[in-house]
Design a protein around this ligand. Structure first.
Ligand SMILES: [Zn+2]
Length: 217
């Protein structure tokens, strides 16, 4: 096995471990079991030691995480975002257990089945792996880099807002913010017959509409 294969396998094992922690969010926060969020925080700290030796970590709004990676300059920092929570599951709708992170298929067709594999622990783990590797090599970014991991994105909760308020209070003005995007998907755009990677430039908001229909149904 080559070094690359070995490091790939280790990254895969870390990803699967984090997928197995059911950080399920609910619109009614009184229904949330916070233990998995504490377990998740602890697992991230244990799995990414070089990141934690280099970046300053803060818990914001109870369960969100904010890291600062000092760069050569504190101006125009980069903010990379992901979220820790996943939406609830209806177990019967799953052909594979949603929190087992089972690998189904062989070789190039192998795929992980787990709630949150795409939304959004895939992005989260990609960020953690990249920073862990670079921090371990002693890399110093040109500008400060913030990692902003909200705990209640799926319910439009306050984690990310609290991080924004904190950064604003500290006078941090990001040069660039990158959050999760869409997946590479097939067949969602009429007339497009190849897989499409959507680049999102805005996130959902809230709109209330009152509709009146005047034609026969
Ligand atoms: Zn998401």
């Amino acid at each position: 096995m080559s070094d690359l294969d070995a490091s790939h396998d280790e990254a895969l094992a870390r990803f699967r471990e984090l997928l197995r922690i059911p950080t399920v969010s609910h619109a009614d926060e009184s229904l949330i079991d916070w233990q998995p969020f504490s377990d998740f925080h602890a697992a991230v700290e244990r799995l990414y030691p070089r990141l934690h030796a280099t970046l300053a970590r803060e818990v914001v709004d109870g369960h969100s995480l904010l890291y600062r990676w000092p760069g050569a300059s504190a101006s125009d920092p980069l903010v990379v975002m992901a979220h820790l929570d996943v939406v609830p599951v209806v177990e019967e709708e799953w052909g594979h257990a949603p929190f087992a992170a089972e690998i189904v298929g062989e070789g190039e067709d192998a795929a992980i089945h787990a709630r949150g594999a795409i939304d959004d622990k895939g992005s989260l783990v990609a960020i953690l792996e990249a920073v862990e590797q670079l921090a371990g090599e002693g890399f110093v970014p040109a500008h400060d880099v913030y990692l902003s991991f909200g705990h209640n994105e799926e319910t439009a909760g306050g984690g990310a807002q609290a991080i924004v308020a904190l950064l604003r209070e500290r006078g941090v003005e990001p040069g660039l913010v990158i959050d999760e995007g869409g997946a590479v998907v097939d067949g969602v755009l009429p007339g497009v017959s190849v897989p499409t990677a959507m680049v999102g430039v805005a996130e959902r908001g809230v709109m209330t509409l009152h509709l009146t229909a005047r034609e026969a149904g």
